[in-house]
Ligand binder design. Structure first.
Ligand code: C5P
Length: 239
């Protein structure tokens, strides 16, 4: 995969017209666009359609977390929309992830649609060790928790996880080659960290074993976003 094929641009905006302008502008540089809670809630499923019509692939980042039946049905709906990738919270448990995968696989076979990759979200990159321990009540270390949730996602048959680059090498060791690691919380040396805690540069994250990098503000909030995406792609290619 070339550098820019590993880059996922996060369309974290609430205006569907503006989101599609971004797709048109970045499509020559980026193949996969992330539609998250903000844009999906504001723009609806037609956003996925419109991005696909423009030749982009969609990572539907809605982080499903509910009872197994509900998550499985949401997963099937995502597959029918034609997304390339979507995610569920690994902390929703083994049965939730398994049921989702099974229903998606069966539906895709029956209806002859491309099966989306399904990822488990481990621990959000905006969370620190202290928040996880003092607010969420997880007493073991952040690494141990990420390792545990990644193993659970693998056991459920998911294609990979969303995790910080700081945990990528550990996940690769635990879950093996071929298990996808999608890494947000990416910051270049010239951008602020915003609300992210466990950040890495594009080069560092790829070297640690990430397969795809998710980037939003470190590209979109730059004075010259196209220049930023070119610099990031060059850094990714050299990594
Ligand atoms: O702007 P920035 O590059 O920080 O955006 C990161 C994106 O990745 C956001 O859309 C956020 O929702 C998403 N994300 C994350 N941490 C996760 C999963 C997804 O930051 N664990």
């Amino acid at each position: 995969m070339a550098g820019s094929e590993k880059l996922i641009l996060a369309l974290d905006v609430d205006d569907s017209g503006y989101a599609l302008q971004l797709v048109d502008k970045f499509r020559p540089y980026v193949g996969i666009f992330k539609v998250g809670l903000e844009l999906f809630t504001a723009g609806g499923p037609s956003m996925v359609d419109e991005i696909r019509k423009r030749g982009g692939k969609v990572f539907l980042d809605l982080k499903f977390h509910d009872i197994p039946t509900t998550v499985a049905k949401a997963g099937v709906a995502a597959a029918r929309m034609g997304v390339f990738m979507f995610n569920v919270h690994a902390s929703g448990g083994l049965d939730m992830m398994k049921r989702c995968r099974e229903d998606v696989v069966n539906t895709c076979l029956r209806e002859n649609i491309d099966r989306p990759r399904i990822l488990g979200v481990t621990v959000l990159t905006s969370m620190s060790r202290e928040v996880l321990r003092d607010e969420v009540g997880i007493q073991h270390s952040l690494n141990t928790h990420v390792r545990h949730l990644s193993g659970l996602a693998l056991k459920a048959g998911l294609d990979g996880v969303v995790a910080s680059g700081r945990e990528a090498a550990m996940i690769r060791g635990h879950c093996g080659r071929g298990f996808l690691i999608v890494t947000p919380g990416i910051r270049t040396s010239w951008t602020p960290v915003d609300d992210q805690m466990r950040t890495m540069t594009p080069r560092e994250a790829l070297r640690e074993g990430a397969d795809y990098l998710v980037m939003g503000r470190a590209i979109l909030n730059q004075p010259d976003p196209i220049k930023a995406v070119e610099l990031v792609s060059a850094e990714m290619l050299s990594a």
